[in-house]
Design a binder for this molecule. Structure first.
Ligand code: ZN
Length: 142
């Protein structure tokens, strides 16, 4: 399962949301089609893992996980279950939790929401990003 030690020394390793997510869905009833777009940052991995833990016994298809609007958005289709409300509720909880969780490190204690275009980071991540010459925003593309 998810390593909850929040290993800061792993920060340099690029986070592979697709691999992480596909691994979570092994041995569940959840279908992840090849065209599914899975995109979220390391800090929200635990939220996604919690979501999968809640819905793993339902026959659903995950079409998209996105963090492009500074919240975690989960798009799913119900294949064969009458638990659509539970899945919807779990996805909504993930969305709400993501609003108070740093997308960089997963910290949500005393987290003050700082939105910088595409990222929601805590103070620590912002200052850390500054040290590494990495703003944690779209500016890094330039
Ligand atoms: Zn952080």
């Amino acid at each position: 399962m998810l390593d909850s030690s929040n290993n800061q020394s792993n920060q340099e390793t690029p986070f592979d949301a697709n691999a992480f997510f596909n691994n979570l869905c092994v041995d569940t009833k959840i279908l992840v089609p090849g065209y599914a777009e899975i995109q979220f940052q390391r800090g929200w991995a635990e939220i996604v893992a919690e979501f999968i833990g809640k819905v793993k016994n339902y026959s659903i298809r995950i079409d998209e996980i996105s963090d492009s609007y500074t919240v975690l958005d989960i798009s799913f289709s119900v294949i064969k279950t009458n638990r659509e409300v539970e899945v919807w509720r779990a996805a909504n909880e993930a969305r709400i939790t993501s609003k108070s969780t740093c997308a960089g490190c997963g910290n949500h204690k005393g987290f003050r929401r700082i939105v910088q275009t595409t990222n929601v980071l805590c103070q620590w991540c912002l200052s850390n990003a500054h040290l590494t010459n990495n703003t944690g925003t779209w500016l890094d593309k330039y």
